[in-house]
Design a protein around this ligand. Sequence first.
Ligand code: F6P
Length: 349
Amino acid sequence: MRKIGVLTSGGDAPGMNAAVMSIAKSATMYGMPLVGIKRGYNGLLRKSTSVYDDLQELYLDTVLDIADQPGTYLRTARCTEFLDPKWREVAVQTLHNMEIDGLVIIGGDGSFQGAMRLCELGIPCVCIPGTIDNDLAYTEMTLGYETAVNVCTDAVRAVRATSRSHDRPHIVECMGRHCGDIALKTACATGSEILIVPEMRWSIEQIATRLNKQLFKGNTRTTIVLAEGCWDSMEPFDHYKFLKDHGETCYEGEPISSERLASILKHMCGMVEMRHTVVGYTQRGALPCAKDSGFAFEAGNLAVRLLRDGVSNQVIGVKQGQVFYMPIQDALRVEKHFRRDLYELVNSL
Ligand code: F6P
């Protein structure tokens, strides 16, 4: 294998740049030219007017300074066209034209699916798990997850300080799509009293009971940490009717949200005020923590070594603290187990 390419795909994640830097360093070491592919798989579809918008030769000098920067230098995107075999053929043609013999793909499960399809078309690929969500069961960590937890932990600590000052409970919403790991670890790290995640069935009435219990004990600054996907596992509740009946503004068809939940709980628990904070994209755009950067460094080097040695169709991960690799299709079959014990511990008192 001579020339290789690298792309970042899906939502950006802290540590993606560190991985690209490590890949560039390794490629230089092994004498393999490196091409950066812009905006995920889109960069292979030749839709831009200028090739330089899609592909860029990457030299160590170019990327040396990006290792500790947030975001992704290569840009990223979700690419629905890649589900279509016709567009995948275009991608393969681009790679042949550019004489790119193999790819490192940094992204989540959707990006891994794309890599599998490219492998079937004869393009060797190795993947690095880059997503804050930690929703890939085969690995103990995904790039960006630890940073996202740190960001949420800082946010909750700050929120708990102001909550204490005002004797005012607060809801903090973390990202994670359908995975509650960021919220779970944040709740554990901050001593938050109530946790709501997509993996566990819950009801608004149940949360009101728990909150009342805290208020009765005198804990007026109770924190509810919730994962953004938790609405999928909520017992049905007519929030529109409830809010209208209690004189709050709510529009018909408006989905339930942290803000609306705060209003409902305020009325259910007879509080004067209840607030909410959505941590949001600061989780994705944060400076990578040392653990994520360290993983990126090792994973980037391993990815290049695998391609150099002709090993393809693999994903890199962490098992018992060690960086390892396994076939993509096997990794995607591993079932995720939610830490129910920790969830119950957080919600137990
Ligand atoms: O997958 C990372 C993630 O930040 C999820 O936690 C979130 O649900 C999603 O991406 C948001 O995606 P977008 O930025 O494309 O709306």
